[in-house]
Every structure is written in C-alpha cells, then in structure tokens.
Design a protein around this ligand. Structure first.
Ligand code: FAD
Length: 477
C-alpha cells in the first residue's frame, strides 16, 4: 500500500536538497503537473530536483522506507502522459533536469557519458564540438532529456540507419527502487553476465528505477548532408522510392519521413514563417536526408542524381534538394512542426503505431478508409517514419463539431478500430512513444497474457512496493 508523504519526510527532503532542489510553490510546480498536450493533469506535494546521483539515492531510499511514490520527469514531452503524476497527489515529482552535465566525450571510444537531465540538442552540440555526432533526433530535441529518451526508448528521425535509443545506449547508471545504485556505465561493447538490467531499464518509463546517467554511442560527423523534399502520389510510391534510393545510395539515406498533404497544410496554416516547398499540389510528400562521409563526393550531387532517376521512372512527381543549410533546416522545420500544428488545431485521437514496413502503405490507406467510413466527417492525418514502419495515425473530429464532445463519444471506438487493424497487420500499438497512462487499457486489451504476466513479474521483483511511477506502463490486474 502506497502512502502520502508525511510532513517529516517532506522536511527531511527539504533539508537534504536545499532551496534549489525542493519546492512546494504551486506556481513553480504548475507547468510540470500536466503533459505537453494538456490532456492529463496531476497533483504533487512537492517537486524534488536533485543535483547529483547521491541525492537521487537518498531521495529514493527515504521514499522507499516510507512507501511514498515517485514520478520521474525529464523534459515533460511525453506523448502518453508518462511523466504526469496522478490527481490524488500522493506521489512526489522527481525532476532530473538539474543533473545536466555531459560528464565526458571520448572521440577515441566514440562514447559520450551524459547525465539524465542533459537536453538532446545540448548533447548534439557536445558531440559536434568533439567532431562526432549523436545520431538520434526528434521534434522535441530542445526539451527532451537523456533520461526521458532512455526511459521511453525514443525513436525519431534517424532510426532507419541507427536504430532507436536501445541501439545507442552502451551503459547506464540508475538508482533502483530500494535506493541502491546500479553502476552499469562502463561502455563495454560485450558483456554477457546474464540478464541485462540496462535493457530492462531502457523503455521502462521510470517504473523500475531512476536513470541518472548514460554512456551513449557516437558516430563520425558526416562530411556533408543533404535534405530533399519530394512530392508523390501515394505511400506505396513513397516506399518504392525509398527502396530505389537505398539501392543507389546505400546507407547514406538516414531519414525518410512521410507527410500527407493535409499535415503539410496544417503546418503552413499554423506555424509562422513556413512556406510550401514545391510549386504544385501533391497528395503525399517525403522528406529525405542523406549524408556522405568526409572526403567523399558531396551528398547533394548523389541525392540529386538519384532523385532525377526516380522522377524519370515515375516514382516521384516533383523534388527539390535544399541548396544550403538554411533551406535544409526550413524543410526539417516543416516535418518537425506537424505535432505542434496539430496541437494548435485542437484535440484529436492519437495513435503511434508500427507495422511491418512492407505493410505500411496498405495499412495507411485501408485504416484511413475504414475510419472515414465508420466515423462520418472524421479526418485522418497519418504521417511518420515510413522506413521504420511507424505511422502517427491521428484522427481529427469532423469540421464544425465540438471536439471534446465528439472525442468523449467516439475516441475509444476510433482507437479500437485502428489498433485492431494494427493487430491484423502484425504490428504494435506503441511504436516509439511508450504506454504511459494513455495506452494502459489498450495494452491490457491487446497484449498476449504471457507478455502481461512477464511485465508484472519483472515489476514486482524489482519494485515490490510499487513506488516507481505507479499507474504507468503496467496494466493493473
Ligand atoms: C514535438 C514533439 C515531437 C516528438 N517526436 C518524437 C519522435 O519523433 N520520436 C519519439 O520517440 N518521441 C517523440 N516525442 C516524444 C518525447 O519527446 C519522447 O518520448 C522523449 O523521449 C521524452 O523525453 P523527456 O525528457 O521529455 O521525458 P518525460 O516526458 O519527462 O518522461 C517520459 C517518461 O520517462 C520517464 N523518465 C523521464 N526521465 C527519467 C529518468 N531519468 N529515469 C527514469 N524515468 C524517467 C518518465 O517518468 C516518463 O514515463 C515527441 C514529443 C514532442 C512534444
């Protein structure tokens, strides 16, 4: 049974952490008590902001002794309410944002050791300063932190070549639910001492412990990079184009992002300073990024040639290769602003799903048709990481209808329909955002009993009192 924090516990945490690390000020707490989409709203008696691993250990040991729950939080950009505490106010909010130092960058080992609160774009800068690159990026890079990225096994726009966070974490330092320290930071490329605790913590959404630092793989900085915007007729044409570009350019293709016309229209209408990249209208668009190593032929020339061939073959309708860095950033901004443009538009039913890559074009077309047929007037915006088989399949209420009312009546049925289609295609109801609190019911409904039993057994073994991020990821019995 979890308990609310006692006045004595709060006082002991206040004196442990000092004024910079402990607050009960409602105004300071407010922005951290709801999620990025303002869908979930919680309460907490205090915000704890430790500055060191030793402080995290002391917090967890004291909370464990008193059976008080902790909700770890990084940049609070979770798309599934993973970092929002329950409304009952019994859990303490544990922010890792003050633990923001990059402890080391080793170009020889191709490894960076970063604390949990390091913001992704700061990690990019630290790697670049050493002539290296951390090859994972996403739209929330200015806020999302290393601890959050590890704990959600984040994906993003370079999974095609480098895989998700799980492929990039070499080691972890973490405080386990009893306050003990897992010292797994050593950046070994081989370590076969049985169960891999690091892999359990990756994607655990804070339910098995607090990540305090990570050793992360770096790669060589590219000699050149090029970004192109392509207009085409369908997701099937986009997949054919991807395979054609890979045949010509090989591993140089790092990103391949699918954008429907309606998502681009949302961005152009809602995000200041954006403009259409191509003159004509196209039902679908793709953003491609390719790179070339230092000393090799410029990536723009190779991409230009490959796209010209694809246009001749009829795989694409029009294409533009960015002429300079500013144009390249403007193209990326179009892609990375879709989530923000959707948020400005108002609430919708979100799905972050994956299916085998070859099944993705048919999945998008058929699921869209099924939703539009059953829910009259509903508008599907399906965009995402085509090369990873990951689509953000979002459904907006019919135009002119009160969004909240429509969602209250239809959201559950929409989600069931979409997730059932995902199941039929052999896919997953969570590709990269995790389960959080948003998908608990759907995980319980769709996961096989063996998977659920194993999840619960691991949770009970490592966190028997259930103090770590309760109400997230693990559906209750
Ligand atoms: C505009 C936008 C675009 C996005 N694009 C992508 C995308 O392309 N790909 C993608 O995968 N995600 C994407 N996301 C989702 C989000 O950015 C990722 O899930 C990210 O990894 C969350 O990091 P965070 O630091 O904000 O974590 P938070 O939101 O603070 O927390 C996320 C989860 O991790 C836990 N947690 C946080 N820190 C720790 C820690 N130190 N130890 C243990 N548990 C911890 C929390 O309890 C919570 O369960 C996007 C979000 C936004 C707003």
């Amino acid at each position: 049974m979890l308990r609310a924090p006692s006045p004595a516990l709060l006082e002991s945490l206040r004196s442990l952490l000092g004024p910079r690390g402990f607050t009960r000020d409602a105004e300071v707490l407010a922005p951290w008590l709801s999620d990025w989409r303002s869908r979930y709203h919680g309460r907490s008696a205090a915000l704890l902001s430790p500055a060191s691993t030793a402080e995290v250990q002391a917090i967890v040991a004291r909370c464990s002794a008193e059976r008080v729950a902790l909700v770890p939080q990084g940049g609070n950009t979770s798309m599934v309410g993973g970092a929002t505490p329950d409304p009952d106010g019994g859990a303490l909010l544990l922010s890792l944002r003050r633990m923001n130092s990059v402890r080391s960058v080793s170009p020889e080992d191709n490894v960076a050791v970063a604390e949990a609160g390091v913001i992704l774009s700061d990690l990019h800068d630290a790697a670049a300063a050493a002539g290296r690159r951390f090859p994972l990026s996403l739209g929330a890079k200015g806020s999302a932190t290393v601890g959050g990225l590890v704990s959600t096994n984040a994906g993003g726009t370079q999974v095609l070549r480098f895989g998700p966070m799980r492929s990039l974490v070499l080691g972890l330092e973490a405080v386990l639910p009893d306050g003990s320290l897992f010292e797994g930071l050593s950046a070994l490329r081989k370590d076969n001492r049985g169960y891999d605790l690091k892999q359990l913590l990756i994607g655990a959404e804070g339910t098995l412990g607090i990540v305090t630092a990570a050793s992360l793989k770096l790669v060589a900085a590219p000699g050149s990079r090029s970004v192109a915007w392509v207009g085409l007729g369908s997701p099937a044409a986009a997949l054919a184009l991807l395979r054609r570009l890979e045949a010509r350019l090989g591993e140089a293709v790092e990103s391949f992002e699918l954008v429907p016309e309606d998502a681009l229209a949302l961005v152009l209408a809602g995000i200041p300073g954006t403009r259409a990249p191509l003159a004509g209208a196209h039902r679908w668009h793709v953003l491609v990024e390719s790179v070339a190593p230092e000393g090799a032929r410029d990536s723009a020339e190779a991409l230009q040639e490959a796209l010209a061939a694809a246009l001749e073959e009829g795989l694409a309708e029009d294409a533009l290769v960015a002429a300079n860095e500013a144009q390249a950033s403007a193209l990326w901004r179009l892609r990375e602003s879709i989530a923000e443009a959707e948020r400005l538009q108002g609430p919708s039913v979100k799905h972050d799903v994956s299916v085998p890559v070859s099944a993705m074009p048919a999945f998008i077309e058929e699921a869209r048709a099924a939703v539009e047929e059953r829910f009259e007037g509903a508008r599907v915006v399906a965009f995402g990481h085509l090369g990873d088989g990951n689509v953000h399949f979002n459904v907006q209420p019919p135009a002119g209808m009160a969004a909240e009312t429509w969602l209250a009546g239809q959201a559950e049925a929409v989600t069931r329909l979409v997730h059932d289609r995902v199941g039929e295609a052999g896919g997953s109801i969570s590709a990269e955002h995790g389960i959080g609190q948003m998908k608990l019911g759907e995980l319980a409904r769709t996961a096989d009993p063996a998977r659920l039993a194993a999840l619960r057994a691991i949770k009970n073994a490592l966190d028997p009192a259930g103090i770590m991020n309760p109400g997230k990821l693990i559906p209750s019995l």
